[in-house]
Design a protein around this ligand. Structure first.
Ligand code: TRP
Length: 361
């Protein structure tokens, strides 16, 4: 077993392992409306968990600014979009504390303390950051704010003493980075306040042999990850027409050229989506067998998928439209959550200042 795998398995927790000491923190950058990949990767988990555990959900506008500091209006607009998505999928403000990151200035303070506990090399080796640096073509001009966003994320988590973070697979390096920092804090200043955290990858993303599936819904183009910037996403707010159009354009098995050709369902995104969203598993199994045998056209399967997705999205869309009628109320909900989060955070920060040994004047 490689080192990396060892670390992975210790940084992941499954639902059955959660107990009453569980405090959950999770969130999204407001860089656009949320899509099916977000839903599969973490949103559906949050809805399930909110009735059983303490859960904080942040709209990570501070982190979004590290990418979009030149276009803050976009971030501002998308805060509302993400809020609407949250409410539409069933995050309940009475059960989940939904808050706005920038409105809690203590997080910036904690980020600064944490910056002392991590070195440049470690930040540059963070696989998520590394990939992003490459795709964004920063070259030698990496903005410092960008490089330290994992430190800021560690502060997001630590300020609530959260120990469980339901995220997609791609966020695991962030959890490891947070644990490095929290571990260092405890080592230097003493433990008793900050807890190590673990990623929660939803249980049906763990294979029966205990290994983990990628946990990512592929893009409509068959790419491993659905992403807004990749142009391969189906948004929770897409219209029925838009969804149908995107499904029609989906990548399938490239070797399935004629209807009678035998087809592949593994690695075929149309079937991956059906696996997640088609509730009629028997019918799906039949379709798969037919497709593998040959004689089933992509058009037919896509039509089924469009119907299945519409059934899933129609009620979400309707709720979204309802909430969107009163944006003032949406902001008021966010403000109430933020106030609750703030009182929790200021308590933790007092303890942290005391632990470090700062004067509290
Ligand atoms: N990095 C996450 C993303 O890009 C968003 C995020 C910010 C987050 N702070 C967090 C997720 C804390 C979990 C916990 O989607």
């Amino acid at each position: 077993m490689t080192d990396r795998h060892k670390r992975d398995s210790t940084s992941v927790v499954s639902e059955e392992q959660l107990d009453e000491s569980t405090v959950i923190l999770t969130g999204d950058r407001p860089t656009g409306p949320l899509h099916l990949g977000h839903y599969v990767g973490s949103l559906r988990n949050r809805v399930m968990l909110q009735s059983r555990f303490t859960q904080f959900v942040l709209i990570a506008d501070v982190q979004a600014l590290t990418d979009n500091f030149a276009t803050p209006a976009e971030v501002r607009e998308n805060v509302i979009e993400v809020m609407l998505d949250y409410l539409a999928i069933g995050l309940d403000p009475a059960r989940s504390t939904i808050y706005l990151a920038s409105a809690i200035t203590e997080t910036a303070e904690l980020t600064l303390y944490f910056c002392n506990l991590v070195n440049l090399g470690r930040l540059q080796r963070n696989p998520t950051v590394k990939t992003e640096i490459r795709t964004k073509n920063f070259g030698d001009s990496i903005p410092v704010g960008f490089l330290i966003y994992p430190v800021n994320q560690a502060a997001d988590i630590a300020q609530f003493k959260a120990n469980v973070v339901p995220v997609g697979e791609d966020q695991i390096p962030m959890i490891e980075q947070a644990n490095d920092i929290i571990g260092r804090f405890n080592e230097l200043y003493g433990d008793g306040i900050l807890r190590q955290c673990r990623a929660l990858i939803s249980s049906n993303e763990i294979n029966s042999d205990g290994s983990r599936k990628s946990g990512l819904l592929p893009g409509t183009d068959g790419g491993t990850k659905m992403g807004k910037s990749l142009g391969n996403a189906i948004f929770l707010s897409d219209s029925e027409k838009e969804v149908a159009r995107k499904v029609r354009g989906m990548f399938t098995d490239p070797h399935h050229v004629r209807v009678e050709d035998p087809g592949n369902v593994v690695g075929n995104p149309v079937f991956s989506y059906l696996d997640y969203f088609d509730t009629d598993k028997e019918k799906l199994q039949e379709l798969k067998e037919h497709y593998i045998r040959g004689g089933l056209g992509d058009g037919v399967v896509k039509q089924r998928l469009a119907g299945v997705l519409e059934e899933f999205l129609a009620p979400i869309r309707a709720k979204r439209v309802e909430f969107a009628k009163d944006k003032g109320e949406v902001l008021a909900i966010l403000k109430r959550g933020t106030n609750n989060a703030r009182s929790e955070v200021s308590r933790t920060l007092s303890q942290i200042r005391e632990k470090i040994g700062l004067y509290q004047l």
